[in-house]
Unconditional design. Structure first.
Ligand SMILES: Cc1cc2nc3c(=O)[nH]c(=O)nc-3n(C[C@H](O)[C@H](O)[C@H](O)COP(=O)(O)OP(=O)(O)OC[C@H]3O[C@@H](n4cnc5c(N)ncnc54)[C@H](O)[C@@H]3O)c2cc1C
Length: 393
């Protein structure tokens, strides 16, 4: 396994409890420092098909895409997850926690169990990964959105071509803005509308469930849509002061939004705004495995002999705060496949490709729907602009 981010760690922890399986996990970062607050989807710990499908936006897609036995098998696997790991998952679906606390808890759990995993601290190159592969090994690339091996899963003569194995849909450019508020604060669609009523251009949209009160402080995260030109002119991350000086219109919108929260609940912002500018990309690897190497009969190459699979953001990336949950779910499926030691390699890769494709359909539809709803929301007080965005037969 190359890459011990949340997905590589979860997959390692799942495989650690699998008979006849030992894991070699390599990670280049010496410590876990990412403090952004994330939340996992409740479907990760669902114990029935009904509770698995409770998501407002993709409940129906789940039914349309997956066959009932597939869902039942996935839920049965969830029930079999070791209690120490299951307890962590349960906790993360209840509220927010910093990304590095997920990473540290998983990493500590793997170390505390003390068996079946060898860990290496190193930057792994594609050549390193290939040279490590022995008969009977499975190589998993969980190195994130700038995947180490994604482009190499297509057997080209010469060097791999950048992006040759990726389908990318750029949905928008956005500022992800996070702040802490000293009172309980919750937000639904009515609240998003009312608090943005005087913001014609830059509407701050806290994601549903993106506000979280932990007893003393509310964590609020949301996004503001910006143009490609604005995106280019901004640094990767900055604070409220930079925003006020360099993008005063966005800052004013934030101030209006926050003033309305204060009027309602008489609290104060604690500290400053934390702002990251990101392109919101929805992408997938066209090939999430090396099945094309196997089909090409390239037994002269390590990728023509052993299975190689992408996991987490290496395989699929999606915006709107859903990616870790998707990566965790895909890791559960992959752990089940690896555990079936009598499964032929070709069959294993085909099943993984099909599953990843179904997950892609699901997240593609969900993300497009969220984007569409956001677009309509941006024009909600302008009927003509709104009608321009509606395509009705
Ligand atoms: C601002 C922001 C907010 C977000 N909020 C949320 C949220 O609320 N909910 C959510 O679900 N998702 C969220 N996400 C997305 C989420 O962070 C990613 O989906 C998640 O981190 C992907 O996990 P991963 O393990 O696949 O990859 P990563 O987290 O990228 O981990 C990859 C690991 O591989 C290691 N690595 C890379 N290359 C090598 C190499 N050559 N050798 C050795 N190690 C290597 C890296 O150091 C890293 O530890 C957010 C993303 C951003 C940018």
């Amino acid at each position: 396994m190359v890459g011990a981010g949340p997905v590589g760690l979860l997959l390692t922890a799942l495989l650690q409890s699998t008979e006849d399986c030992s894991v070699h996990l390599s990670e280049k970062r010496p410590e876990y420092t990412r403090t952004r607050m994330v939340q996992l989807a409740p479907y990760l710990v669902a114990d029935s098909v009904e509770s698995y499908r409770t998501d407002d936006i993709d409940g129906d897609s789940v039914e349309a895409i997956f066959d009932p036995p597939e869902l039942e098998d996935a839920l049965a696997y969830r029930q079999s997850i070791a209690p120490d790991l299951a307890a962590l998952l349960q906790g993360w679906t209840l509220g927010f926690c910093p990304l590095n606390s997920i990473e540290r808890s998983l990493s500590d759990l793997i170390d505390a169990r003390g068996h079946g995993v060898e860990r290496t601290s190193a930057v792994v190159t594609a050549e390193d990964a290939m040279s490590m592969l022995e008969p009977g090994d499975v190589l998993v690339d969980s190195t994130g959105s700038r995947s180490l091996l994604r482009d190499r899963l297509i057997p080209n003569p010469g060097e791999p071509v950048d992006g040759q194995n990726t389908v990318n849909v750029r949905l928008e450019y956005a500022l992800v803005i996070t702040f802490l508020y000293g009172q309980p604060y919750d937000c639904n669609e009515y609240c998003k509308y009312y608090k943005n009523k005087e913001n014609p251009r830059y509407k701050f949209i806290p994601m549903v469930h993106r506000t979280h009160y932990d007893g003393a402080v509310s964590h609020v995260t949301g996004i503001v849509n910006i143009s490609a030109e604005e995106y280019e002119a901004m640094p990767t991350r900055f604070d409220g002061e930079w925003l006020r000086e360099n993008a005063p219109d966005v800052a004013q919108s934030m101030d209006r939004f926050i003033d309305k929260i204060k009027q309602e609940t008489q609290g104060e912002i604690l500290g400053d705004l934390e702002i990251v500018r990101i392109p919101l990309d929805l992408y997938r690897a066209r090939n999430a495995t090396n099945r094309r190497w196997l089909a090409a009969g390239r037994s002269d190459h390590p990728f023509g002999r052993s299975p190689v699979l992408l996991a987490g953001d290496s395989a699929i990336g999606s915006p709107y705060f859903q990616s870790i949950s998707l990566g965790f779910e895909n890791a559960m499926f992959l752990a089940r496949l690896v555990a079936q030691r009598d499964l032929a390699v070709g069959e294993m890769l085909d099943r993984y490709e099909l599953y990843i494709y179904k997950q892609w359909l699901r997240v593609y539809m969900r993300s497009k729907m969220i984007k569409h709803n956001k677009d309509l929301f941006e024009s909600i007080d302008d009927p003509l602009a709104l009608l321009d965005k509606l395509h009705i037969y």
